[in-house]
Design a protein around this ligand. Structure first.
Ligand SMILES: Cc1cc2nc3c(=O)[nH]c(=O)nc-3n(C[C@H](O)[C@H](O)[C@H](O)COP(=O)(O)OP(=O)(O)OC[C@H]3O[C@@H](n4cnc5c(N)ncnc54)[C@H](O)[C@@H]3O)c2cc1C
Length: 388
C-alpha cells in the first residue's frame, strides 16, 4: 500500500466520515488521494443524531424520522410549537456509517484503513503520522480524535450534557408521533438542569431520554429511575418493553478547542469545538464545518484562515449560560422557559445555530431575566468561572 496521500483523515465517526463523503462528492477534489484511518468497524448503532434544519442536508435520504412540531414544558409554562421554516430530523448512527462506507467504497481515491493514529506531527511538506497500521505522510491531516484536555478549573467552565435513553414500545397508544418533546423540565431539578427529551416514532414507540446539563454523570440507576417515573407518572404507562438503550456524555465547555494545530493539521468534530457549548448539539455544526472546509479546499487547494466562521458574541453567550449552569444549575429551566415564552420558535433555533442578527440577539437577551447574566458577566470580566 502506498504511504503518501493528499489528505489524511483521522477517525471515521461523524466528522471524519462527513468530510470524506463531502470530498468524494466534490468534482474539483476527485484527483486528491485520501486515507481514512479508524480503529472501529463502525457496524453498531452506537448513537442517534437529531438536529433541526431549515435546509436540505446531504443525508436526507437516510433520515429515519422527521417532525414539524416541538414541545417545551416547565412547571409555569408549556407550549407546543409548529415549526415554520425548520424540521426536526433524526438519523441513526448505523445508517449513517453504512451510507458513507458504501459511498466511499465507490470512490477510488479514498483508502480506508483499520488502525489507531498514535502520533501526528507537522512537517515542512505536510504531516507525518505514526499509526498501528504503519507510517503515513500527507499534505494535510484532518484530526477527529476525541480531545484530551488538561482541565484549568480556575479559568474555564466544564459541564457535560449527559443522558440515558430508552427506546420503548408500549401496548397502548401513548405518544404523539407528530411532536418532539424537546425539553420537559417539569421534574425535580436537584440544583441542576434536568429534563426529559422524547423522540416519538409511532404512537407506541419512542426514544425517551433523561438528560442533564451538569458537571458529573450520575449512577445509571438514577437515570433509569427518572425514566421509569416519567413513563409511569407523567405518561401513565405501566407496561413497556425496552428495545434499545442509548447512553452518552457530550462536553459542554468553554475551554478553547483549536480548529488548527500548526500549518497542516486541521481539527474536526468535538475536537474542534463543534459541540455547541451551551447545548451539546454537534451534528449540524459538523456539517457546516465540513462544507466550509471542502469549499475552501476546492476553490484554493487550502483550508481557509477562518476555519469555523465562529462569531465571538455567540461564544460569549455560551460562556454566560455555562457560568449560570455551573453556579446555579436549577435556574437554567427558568431561562429556557423565558426564551420559549418570549421569542418565536424560529428565532430561538436560529439563535442556537448562531445565525441571528445583532438585533435578534438583543431581542433574545432582552427576553430573559438580566440578573444571572449580569453576575456571570462579572465572572467573565474577572476571568474566574462562577461556582456554587
Ligand atoms: C450517544 C450520543 C448521542 C449524541 N446525539 C447527538 C444528537 O442527537 N445531536 C447532535 O447534534 N449531537 C449528538 N451527539 C454529539 C455529537 O454529534 C457526536 O458525539 C458526534 O459523533 C461527534 O463527532 P466526532 O466525529 O467529533 O466524534 P466521533 O463520532 O466519536 O468520531 C471520532 C472517531 O475517532 C476514532 N478514534 C479515536 N481515537 C482514534 C485514534 N487514535 N486514531 C484514529 N481514530 C480514532 C473513534 O473510534 C471515532 O470513530 C451525540 C453524542 C453521543 C455520544
Amino acid at each position: 500500500m502506498e504511504s503518501d496521500f493528499d489528505y489524511l483523515i483521522v477517525g471515521g465517526g461523524a466528522a471524519g466520515l462527513s468530510l470524506a463523503y463531502a470530498i468524494a462528492q466534490e468534482p474539483r477534489l476527485q484527483h486528491k488521494r485520501i486515507l481514512l484511518i479508524e480503529p472501529q468497524a463502525k457496524n453498531q448503532n452506537d448513537r442517534t443524531w437529531s438536529f433541526w434544519t431549515d435546509e436540505p442536508t446531504p443525508f436526507d435520504g437516510i433520515v429515519a424520522y422527521e417532525w414539524s412540531k416541538l414541545a417545551f414544558r416547565s412547571p409555569g409554562y408549556e407550549q407546543v410549537f409548529a415549526m415554520k421554516q425548520h424540521r426536526y430530523k433524526m438519523i441513526r448512527g448505523l445508517d449513517f456509517y453504512q451510507f458513507v462506507h458504501a459511498a466511499l467504497q465507490a470512490a477510488p481515491q479514498v483508502t480506508r484503513v483499520t488502525g489507531t493514529v498514535e502520533s501526528l506531527e507537522n512537517t515542512a511538506a505536510g504531516v507525518s503520522a505514526h499509526t498501528s497500521a504503519g507510517h503515513f505522510t500527507a499534505r494535510y491531516a484532518f484530526d477527529s480524535r476525541p480531545p484530551r484536555l488538561e482541565k484549568d478549573l480556575a479559568k474555564y467552565r466544564y459541564l457535560l450534557q449527559h443522558f440515558v435513553g430508552w427506546e420503548v414500545e408500549t401496548d397502548h397508544d401513548v405518544f404523539d408521533s407528530t411532536t418532539v418533546e424537546f425539553m420537559d423540565f417539569r421534574g425535580e431539578q436537584h440544583q441542576e438542569a434536568r429534563f426529559i427529551y422524547v423522540l416519538p416514532f409511532t404512537s407506541r414507540r419512542a426514544l425517551v431520554e433523561y438528560t442533564l446539563f451538569s458537571a458529573e454523570v450520575l449512577p445509571t440507576a438514577e437515570y433509569e429511575a427518572a425514566l421509569r417515573s416519567y413513563l409511569s407518572e407523567t405518561l401513565g404507562v405501566q407496561q413497556f418493553r425496552i428495545e434499545a438503550v442509548e447512553q452518552g456524555a457530550i462536553p459542554m465547555i468553554d475551554h478553547p478547542l483549536p480548529a488548527r494545530v500548526g500549518q497542516h493539521i486541521i481539527n474536526l468534530g468535538t475536537r474542534a469545538g463543534r459541540a455547541k457549548p451551551s447545548t451539546g448539539y454537534a451534528f449540524r455544526r459538523i456539517q457546516a464545518h465540513t462544507q466550509r472546509l471542502v469549499a475552501a479546499l476546492a476553490a484554493t487547494g487550502h483550508p481557509s484562515e477562518d476555519l469555523t466562521g465562529d462569531k465571538w458574541q455567540f461564544g460569549l453567550f455560551d460562556t454566560l449560560l455555562l457560568d449560570i449552569m455551573q453556579r446555579k444549575g436549577e435556574s437554567t429551566r427558568a431561562i429556557f422557559a423565558q426564551l420559549f415564552q418570549k421569542n418565536p420558535l424560529e428565532r430561538i433555533l436560529f439563535f442556537l445555530d448562531e445565525r441571528t442578527s445583532w438585533l435578534d440577539n438583543l431581542r433574545v437577551m432582552n427576553s430573559v431575566t438580566p440578573w444571572p447574566f449580569l453576575r456571570s458577566i462579572g465572572h467573565v470580566l474577572r476571568g474566574r468561572p462562577g461556582r456554587r
